[in-house]
Each structure stands twice: as C-alpha cells, then as structure tokens.
Design a protein around this ligand. Structure first.
Ligand code: NAI
Length: 275
C-alpha cells in the first residue's frame, strides 16, 4: 500500500490516476484547486472499498501551500511514495493572438506548478531514499506544437526538468518519470484559455481537435499506461501508440514533423484570418 499525492486529481487524467491507485489499495490525496471537485472524486473513490482517498484544496501556483501539503502528508503517514504533479491548463492560439497573460498562466500552472511539486517532494524522498515523482507533460513537450506555444514551451520544460532530475535522483534512490500523452478526452480540451483573453481556439476545442487529430484516447486507458510505466520505472511514458509513432517520426525526421506543423499553422491562419 503506497501513499500518493495527485495534483489536478479532481478531473480527467488526474482523476483516472487516483482511481487506479485507490483500486489497487493505495492511499491517495486528491489535490485540486477545485475543492468541491476533489471532494466529490475522493468520496466516490472511497466507495470502491480498496484503498483510501483524501481530498485537499491546493493551488499549485502557491509554492508554500504545495510544500505544506506534501510535508503534512509525509508527516501523517510517515512517508510519501508517489507524487503525480499533473495539474495543468490548455492554451491555444497563434503567437500573435496570445498575450503575456497566456504565457504567464501557462508558466505559473504548467511549469511552476510542477517545479513546486518537485521542490516539495524531492527533499522528503531524498531523506527517505525512496519515492517516485511522476510529472505530466504532453506530446507537445516532445514536438513543436503550433497554436499553443506557451503550452508547448512549458511542456518541453517539464520534460527537460524531469529527465535531468531523473539523472540526479537515480543515485540516491528516487525515481522520476514524465508522462507525454497525445490528445485525451478530458474537460481540458473543452476549456482552452480558461479565464484568459479569447482567441479563435478559446473554449471547447474538441470538435476541431477531433477533426485534425482523428480521435482521442481515454483517461482510463492512459492511467493504465501510466501505472505500467511507473511500475517499470520508465523515463518517458508516451501514449497512445499513435503518439509514440509521431514521437519516433520527430526523432527520425524533425524536418518532416516541422513541415506538418507548418501546414497546420498555415491552415489555421487561412481559416481564422483569411490569409
Ligand atoms: P482536466 O482539465 O480534466 O484536469 C486538470 C485539473 O487540474 C482540473 O481538475 C483543474 O481544476 C486542476 N487545476 C488547474 N489549475 C490548477 C491549479 N492552479 N492548482 C491545482 N489544480 C489545478 O485536464 P487533464 O486533461 O486531465 O490534464 C491533466 C494534465 O495532463 C495537464 O497537465 C495537461 O496539460 C496534461 N495533458 C492533457 C492532455 C489532454 O489531451 N487532455 C494531453 C497531454 C497532456
């Protein structure tokens, strides 16, 4: 039975991860800025009859709050085995449609949210000489995804920090993995640029994404891939298979992937700006 924290646990991928953990008997802190959502998920998971879920209100942009929660969980249970720094938001639009607010929000939540989680968990895990930090990036952390450069930039940063930390942590008993999913059917894609100035991509992007990407993976299947990847201590957990194929394409011929990205940006500009 492991002690785990999942940020962004009230919805989508975080909820599916928390569900997998509780289903196998772990104790999970479902941490989210959406406190009623976290409570709702925890209540539901506690009916599964295996592990246990505890809801926690947490804004990952608040470094002190993240440190306090992680320390409290460690103190209460005597250890902290698994941390999923997963909370994130979607940003969409061409560079010229986006403002500094889009950039700052992406950096604050998608990058600094993960940094805060790592800063809080790593010292505790170093001291216990065990534990696994699992950060959620994206396929956009491995590819040049246009129409969402702040998102792409923060996810590349999460991949970089995770792999470099993995190298440092390997000698001291701590594991680090990074998850890079393709499109997954979650509320994230229905809420692009939340609370931010609008671009043609704001709001529900699912129809458009489905048209372009051809379909979505489910959070439940992704959670299964993540559990397997974590058990095998994989550095990069890339899913689904189509995402792994695109990633392979990027390594074999970055020029081709860049050209596809260029076409997608040109089509978007034509559709929304007529040029
Ligand atoms: P979601 O929108 O279903 O869930 C995200 C959760 O994070 C929400 O419950 C939200 O309340 C929470 N959250 C947002 N800001 C927060 C903050 N400041 N502090 C604490 N919690 C906060 O989204 P989804 O899809 O489950 O996303 C989870 C992670 O997966 C994100 O990092 C996202 O970038 C990443 N991802 C998602 C993909 C997708 O297609 N859905 C694809 C690739 C990566």
């Amino acid at each position: 039975m492991k002690i785990a924290i999942v940020t962004g646990g009230a919805s989508g991928i975080g909820r599916a991860i928390a569900t997998s953990l509780v289903a196998r008997g772990d104790t999970v802190v479902v941490a989210d800025i959406n406190e009623p959502g976290a409570k709702h998920v925890a209540d539901k998971l506690n009916t599964l009859g295996r592990g246990r879920a505890i809801a926690a209100a947490l804004d990952v942009t608040d470094a002190e709050a993240v440190e306090t929660l992680y320390k409290d969980v460690h103190a209460e249970h005597g250890r902290l085995d698994l941390v999923f720094n997963n909370a994130g938001i979607a940003i969409g639009g061409l560079a010229e449609e986006l403002t500094l607010d889009h950039w700052n929000r992406a950096i604050d939540i998608n990058l600094k949210g993960v940094v805060h989680g790592v800063q809080a968990a790593y010292p505790l895990m170093l001291r216990q000489r065990s534990g696994h930090i699992v950060n959620t990036a994206s396929l956009a952390g491995l590819l040049p995804m246009p129409m969402g450069i702040p998102y792409t930039a923060t996810k590349h940063a999460v991949v970089g920090l995770s792999l470099a930390l993995r190298a440092e942590a390997a000698g001291v008993g701590v594991k680090v993995s990074v998850v890079c999913p393709g499109f997954v059917d979650t509320p994230l894609l229905a809420n692009i640029n939340p609370g931010l100035p609008e671009t043609p991509m704001s709001g529900d992007g699912r129809t458009q994404i489905k048209k372009q990407a051809g379909g979505f993976y489910t959070p439940e299947r992704l959670a299964r891939d993540i559990m397997r990847g974590v058990a095998r201590n994989q550095a990069l957990i890339v899913a689904p298979a189509s995402g792994r194929a695109i990633w392979r394409g990027m390594r074999l011929s970055p020029r081709t992937v860049l050209r596809v990205a260029q076409f997608a940006a040109a089509r978007y500009r034509r559709e929304h700006h007529g040029r």
